[in-house]
Design a protein. Structure first.
Lengths: 194, 194, 194, 194
DNA sequence: AATGAATGAGTTTTCATTCAT
DNA sequence: TATGAATGAAAACTCATTCAT
């Protein structure tokens, strides 16, 4: 299928660097055919993003609306994001490298913001319920969680982190551990004095 | 200077979208002159990256070799990275948007790995000295810290996070707080049971 | 056809002087189309050379494997080479002016060596059979024959030798005459005494 | 010296392919300096040609006006041309590859024509005196001699012919032998019957 | 649906040449 | 003499996109 081919090619070469012809070759069709299904190269990327992000968002919202305690919800969020890697590595590659920080993809940013917002609400509610420490801004906390997850994915994408099944479980645990319990051996004074 | 002009132009228009001629105009020179100093458009980006990263690395190493306790070192690392935004916003824009997803320039470049390694060593030593909690893998902890910082920078670059002076201080505090003390209100069981 | 257009343009303007666009105009297509069929301007020249040379080689081999006496074979070789001028003057122009002195395309190309080798074998066999004088090294004899032919073609290309039909026949006869019978009125002592 | 450097560079890379900067580097001077001595890249080539060709022409004329028999004169011509290779290989390379058949060098062609003319007169006189066989057109004979010599030089330039001291002597002998006595074992009928 | 030849605007890159110093 | 920064015309080449078949 053409979209799958596009995902593979964009994952391998990067969106800007890869040519429409490369996608066609990978898909085993003439490049003219792409234009029956997609109006432009950009639409390929947009479509990949949209078809994928929705299902991620749905999963996040499901977690968000569950009755579980916030730390457990956070754990689930990490699991959802990180486990995608094993199932769809190329997709993750593209989402992480091309879509997430491409300014020209404009409105899609809104949908990414949705993911942030879901995590943000989750943190907010956790703090309100006393399940999470009240200090950190929910928004920033969400950004930190997202960044940590994305960076681990990037490490896998670039082959700089081991990604065996146990490694994935380990990473999940590490993120949850660090984000929830912190790295400090003893409670630290977190007010910046510099 | 040509490199500065390149940073401004790439920050404004994106690397792929901007033309060599634009950089020349911004620098106030003929485009041919660029090729006296840089062998290609790509080399412009590479050079921007390397010159910046070198100074970042030097700063990280300085922190690493200081005698301060690990949590304080972590705080300094966060400060160094995040404060770059105010000093050199265009540079950060370019690094976040272009370098992070350039396949060829990619992270394979040793220099990025160096930054990870520095943080990793910092965590390792902190754990050895009992200043940091021993659970999380140093490598993963480093990735998480780096990801959190990069994502905050990304939020600023994309205008999705407020970046007033107080916001920057707040972000610093939040990262240190989350990374060091965790989000949890009470110590949590971090062993994954899924 | 694009290659024919290229031959005409290169013959008219010289390879280095003519632009890819000129070839496209001559062929009546957009210049971009050239790059569907040839990866570069150089490949145009290379292809012209190879396609031509192949047919020349085939002709030479046919002569070589004929049962005729070597002098007759030599005569045929001369005829083949020299008569190309009348049939395909532009092609000869390009080969003489561009290929013969292109460093990269150079003679290193096996194909040219093949032509020499064919003549060399022809001479060798002729000497073995007693049809040709045994003195001269076959290799050198081949070089001399080839050089004489190429120089006559060059004379025609540069307009320094008359090339009417009778002139061509005359040239053929002259080469065969000189090469086979020599210029000397009486047998000369050929051992160099300097 | 700049001209020597130019000869080396043109010999190595070809005139069109080599850049003025290459010549400057080879000469160990700034490329701007070239323009104090030569008004253009073309003038470099022209100058090389002129400074060299004159001495060749003088040598040829000296042979021509000697009282020796024509075969001996021919032998001397061959010696002059071929022995240049050992003394000035790069120069020969340039003359053979770039100058000899470059149409744009326009008027210099006249000077090349002089060389042909000298050999032509030599042959003519030889035939008139009965020292050379009367059949072949003097003009064509000159072209053949010149072509044979050039091709041998080319063989040396391209490393396809051995060029040890004995090889050079052998080549000289071969050219003289073939040109004067012919390749034929027995006198052949040279009238073309095809 | 499918092909792939054809287009051409848009870019990077090259390099001879100039000129202030 | 000598330098090398600076110029800019000129070219090669790319590639998304169109369209006849």
């Amino acid at each position: 299928m053409i979209l799958d081919a596009a995902v593979r090619v964009f994952a391998r070469d990067g969106f800007h660097t890869s040519r429409v012809g490369d996608v066609a070759v990978e898909a085993g069709v003439a490049h003219g055919l792409l234009y029956h299904y997609f109006s432009s190269k950009d639409e390929l990327l947009t479509t990949i993003f949209r078809e994928t992000w929705d299902s991620l968002l749905r999963a996040l919202r499901e977690v968000e609306t569950s009755r579980e305690p916030a730390p457990e919800q956070l754990r689930k969020v990490c699991a959802i994001v990180l486990r995608t890697w094993k199932r769809e590595p190329d997709l993750v590659r593209v989402l992480v490298r091309e879509v997430a920080r491409s300014p020209q993809l404009g409105r899609e940013v809104n949908e990414i913001a949705e993911a942030f917002a879901a995590i943000e609400r989750l943190v907010e509610r956790g703090q309100a319920r006393g399940e999470l420490r009240a200090g950190p801004e929910p928004r920033l906390a969400a950004v930190i969680v997202y960044g940590a997850l994305e960076e681990i994915l990037t490490g896998w994408v670039l082959g700089q982190l081991p990604d065996g099944d146990e490694d994935v479980a380990l990473a999940e645990e590490a993120v949850v551990g660090v984000i929830c319990s912190g790295l400090a051996a003893v409670p630290v004074q977190t007010t910046l004095s510099a």
